[in-house]
Design a protein around this ligand. Sequence first.
Ligand SMILES: *[C@@H]1O[C@H](CO)[C@@H](O)[C@H](O)[C@H]1NC(C)=O
Ligand SMILES: *[C@@H]1O[C@H](CO)[C@@H](O)[C@H](O)[C@H]1NC(C)=O
Ligand SMILES: [Fe+2]
Length: 413
Amino acid sequence: MKEKKMRSMMHEFLVLGCVLLGILGNVSAGITSSFVRSEFPAVDMPLDHEVFAIPSGYNAPQQVHITQGDYDGKAVIIIWVTPSEPGPNIVKYGTSENKYDYTAQGSKVKNYTFYNYKSGFIHTCLVKDLEYDTKYYYEIGEGDSARSFWFKTPPKIDPNAYYKFGIIGDLGQTFNSLSTLEHYIESGAEAVLFVGDLSYSDEHEYSENGERWDSFGRFVERNLAYQPWLWIVGNHEVEYLPEINEVEPFKQYLYRYPTPYAASESSSPLWYAVRRASAHIIFLSSYSPYVKYTPQYEWLLAEFKKVDRKKTPWLFVLMHSPLYNSNSAHYMEAESMRVVFESWFVKYKVDLVLAGHVHAYERSPDYSAFREASYGHSTLEIMNKTHAFYHWNRNDDGKKVETDSFVLYNQYW
Ligand SMILES: *[C@@H]1O[C@H](CO)[C@@H](O)[C@H](O)[C@H]1NC(C)=O
Ligand SMILES: *[C@@H]1O[C@H](CO)[C@@H](O)[C@H](O)[C@H]1NC(C)=O
Ligand SMILES: [Fe+2]
């Protein structure tokens, strides 16, 4: 009845992953793929793997990654790490290759310790007042250690803007993570909606924990230096470790993965919203308070009221822990968030609720319409105001195999 109606009005997905086990339960509904993954659990690539290579040159910038820097897509935040000393804290950029007409100044360089790990110098630079739909080239570092990259800004906010997002979660740094990332890069999508659990560094002890944040940053740079990923926290970002006296939740994540939260009047980098092309996207934290009267609750209600479906017909919500999940792995973990937010998602006609965490793929609108215990990535191709195409692509012994796709019709128009 009521719940059934809600489910048929919402579309929800569990997205890929690595490392942990997603055991299938015994629910009979929809299609359960017969696929059985060959590498399980996945193992981390060794630290001397070439994907983790340190760029050459003294103090060369590494772990370069970008995210949206404002509410409407005319700014990016560029983050990088220098290992030996702070070094230059500026980004040079412009619209032609090797010619940088502009300079942006980074905010205060930060470094931290985590148990017996000492971080490098973390730079965060907001590059703003960009033109829409434009390719920018940028350079960081100096002399022989300078490195250059590029990114493209999205089209201006427009109800019929075409845009192709990728969806990735629970990435980690295993051989399967590499496969996922390589397949995603081939997809031609322009920005990633990342549903939490980045580096899985917390599966390593002592100083290797921090080192695995660094190696992850070097691994994903191949894509993240060139296009924004818009991230949220997963349980692997919490890192509440009283046994080593590290009790500040999200400490390493917050140093390394900033968000443009102030642009959406959020009081915390852990929940925020942006608009990009024809989409309004809301990013939530499964691991921060969200019941009535909490900041996240109050903020979300205010944000829903700001959504203008005439300008951004598509409305997406991301959280790490899925509200619906038929797998025994993480079963009902997000039930309390479902109780608090589900009725709003229905009321405000959210088109898509994206989550990760389970390391298997599953979607509605029918209860578990399709599910598959595989690794992979999704793409979400917005065609216009009314139609979007969704594709799930699993990793199959290194090959990319599309195993689920459907047309998404806008819930509002
Ligand atoms: C940051 O780096 C400086 C210079 O190496 C060092 O003196 C300081 O202790 C570091 N701070 C933290 C919190 O690690
Ligand atoms: C929107 O895109 C879909 C899928 O490509 C297409 O069938 C439909 O005609 C488009 N609508 C408009 C108004 O162009
Ligand atoms: Fe998770």
